[in-house]
Design a binder for this molecule. Structure first.
Ligand code: WTA
Length: 568
């Protein structure tokens, strides 16, 4: 028996109060995700259960029980409070996937502050933009990343504390830096958790849009109601599971399901903080007897590349349920996983903005390889006409994926950008910005994004951000950035540039430009290729015609370019 039981029955009789009841929450009460993910599990008598199995570089392993999570997050919360951090202050987590990241997240939420997780791979410019926009007050980081914070510190007057969680006392700390060790800190048994309510802000995740400026997606504590139930019904997490979510908490999957989903259910989860290789991943599953695995298409395609032999070198018999998110999951990948693991990957679709899974395959439902599945119970998901914003009823016709607003984990706004937030709604629908079609059985089939945002291996990259970085180089006159097809990442970033007079298009210059932008962009946003052009195609009003360059890369018809020129 699966947690969800019959999908059709659940859809017929659904109410979010199912989740509220299980969490013993009722309207108007206190709801604090930090408490739900640690104290509540201990109160239920599971304080001694393993919450986190962590493995770092070189195979070092650490384990934390729910009681450890409770006490360490209390210590972090108490420490932040002692620095003067209060509810609604933004606290950034700029850490590798070390235990402090997961437990620090809980500690921040416990004091009612807003957790702002960022990929530790971000360069100083990416970091600067996001800390400045959020008006971040404190940042938790590591020795190896503190240099990036130092570089932009003088441009961040609102950043008061740089907390180094692994300071070894060797190199002196600089301005605003302080050392704090989670494990060495005095254990805080009793801690006064901030009484956050449903609408109190919890997490701020930055996501890329077309215009370049990353948008801060604001979530609230009530999102738990959605994350808990989707983790229970889609990921099918149960008491004895060993769960592995491969996503970094710099990305929403790594918080909604890499922290909140599993811990609010009291499930043991594991984290691998080292680079990717098929063998390393399979050994990890084998060693910890992972049962439920939530990953992404890029990783799955890389595993496919490593072949069946790599699978056969390991005992993966513990696996019982596999899910995927972040990009289109090719039908081949589903067929392959069935063949080699004996289980299909269940595709799930959602966004940073939606906070939790929206369209999905669930256990017990027939999986149609290549389809994203159907709306989660309680979610009104549909495709609408891009011109009239009316629902499309006939199967097969492509439209925009839209949702009826009102699910618990929906973002509440874009930070400092209410106008863009409001522009995501039309005719009573929330517009996802993706295109899809429905088949006669109500399954969604992903078609593509409706904007120029590039999805490379699950990471959204703004073409504008890359173009801007390129333009800062002295040799670059114009730039245009589009997606290019790639076997593993599906899409990679490709840049077209024109040069200023006096510069020669040659491979040496390309290398110099690459090195220049590497300092500004996150590694995930780096172009794989730069192509020199004599001129960049533009509309009459000067907008870059990325669609034309995109079509060229994908070997598609460029279509009627005159309409593109009018499309302003
Ligand atoms: C894409 C990720 C196809 C989509 C949790 C969406 C997908 C964007 C799928 C959100 C899927 C996510 N099939 N495309 N199953 N899941 N996407 O905000 O374009 O990083 O709008 O959140 O990823 O990416 P985000």
């Amino acid at each position: 028996m699966t947690n969800i039981g019959s999908y059709d029955e659940r859809v017929k009789q659904f109410d979010w109060s199912i989740s509220e009841k299980e969490l013993e929450y009722s309207d108007g009460n206190i709801i604090n995700i930090g408490w739900y993910c640690s104290d509540r599990i201990c109160d239920k008598g599971h304080g001694g259960k393993t919450a986190l199995i962590w493995e770092g570089q070189g195979g070092v392993e650490k384990r934390f029980t729910y009681n450890d999570i409770r006490i360490h997050s209390n210590s972090i919360g108490a420490y932040l409070r002692s620095l003067g951090i209060k509810d609604e202050d933004r606290v950034c987590l700029f850490l590798d996937r070390i235990p402090e990241l997961y437990i620090g997240f809980i500690g921040i939420l416990k004091i009612g502050a807003i957790a702002q997780p960022l990929f530790s791979a971000f360069g100083d410019e990416s970091l600067h933009l996001r800390l400045e926009d959020a008006g971040t007050k404190a940042i938790l980081t590591q020795r190896k990343h503190v240099g990036k914070v130092r570089k932009v510190l003088d441009q961040l007057p609102r950043l008061e504390h740089i907390i180094v969680v692994d300071h070894d006392g060797k190199k002196p700390l600089k301005e605003k830096e302080i050392a704090f060790s989670m494990e060495a800190a005095a254990p805080v048994e009793n801690f006064e958790i901030f009484p956050t309510k449903a609408e109190s802000p919890s997490v701020l995740h930055y996501t890329s849009g077309t215009t370049g400026k990353p948008k801060g997606v604001k979530h609230v504590h009530y999102s738990l109601i959605g994350q808990y139930l989707t983790a229970k019904w889609v990921l099918d997490l149960r008491e004895n599971d060993i769960y592995w979510c491969t996503a970094d908490p710099g990305w929403v999957t790594g918080t909604s399901y890499g922290i909140i989903g599993a811990w609010s259910l009291g499930v043991t989860q594991c984290v691998l903080d080292s680079g990717f290789s098929a063998d390393a991943w399979y050994s990890f599953i084998e060693r910890h007897r992972v049962t439920v695995w939530y990953s992404a298409p890029t990783a799955i395609r890389s595993l496919m590349k490593a072949g069946k032999e790599a699978v056969e070198r390991h005992d993966l018999s513990s696996l019982r349920h596999l899910c995927s998110v972040g990009e289109p999951l090719n039908a081949e990948a589903v067929v392959w996983s069935k063949e080699v693991f004996g289980l299909p990957f269940y595709d799930t679709y959602w966004q940073t903005e939606t906070g939790a899974i929206m369209i999905t395959n669930v256990p017990g439902m027939e999986v149609k390889p290549g389809s994203m599945g159907k709306g989660f119970p309680g979610i009104t998901a549909l495709v609408i006409d891009p011109k009239t914003y009316e629902p499309i009823v006939e199967p097969g016709r492509i439209g925009l994926i839209a949702f009826k607003p009102g699910w618990p984990s929906m973002m509440r706004t874009y930070w400092n950008n209410e106008a863009t937030y409001l522009s995501k709604f039309n005719n009573g629908w929330y517009l996802s910005g993706d295109r899809a079609r429905l088949d006669k059985d109500g399954y969604f089939w992903f078609v593509g994004r409706d904007d120029d945002v590039i999805n490379t291996g699950g990471h959204l990259v703004s073409p504008f951000e890359v173009e801007s970085a390129l333009l800062e180089h002295e040799a670059v006159a114009e730039s245009a950035v589009v997606a290019k097809p790639d076997e593993v990442n599906m899409e990679v970033v490709k840049a077209f540039i024109t040069l200023k007079p006096g510069f020669d298009p040659n491979p040496d210059l390309e290398l110099k430009i690459m090195n220049f932008i590497r300092k500004k962009l996150s590694p995930l946003a780096m172009p794989q290729e730069i192509e020199y052009m004599d001129s960049i195609p533009k509309t009459r009003s000067g907008k870059i015609m990325r669609r034309l360059l995109h079509a060229k890369e994908w070997g598609e018809e460029t279509g009627d370019t005159s309409t593109l020129e009018d499309d302003e």
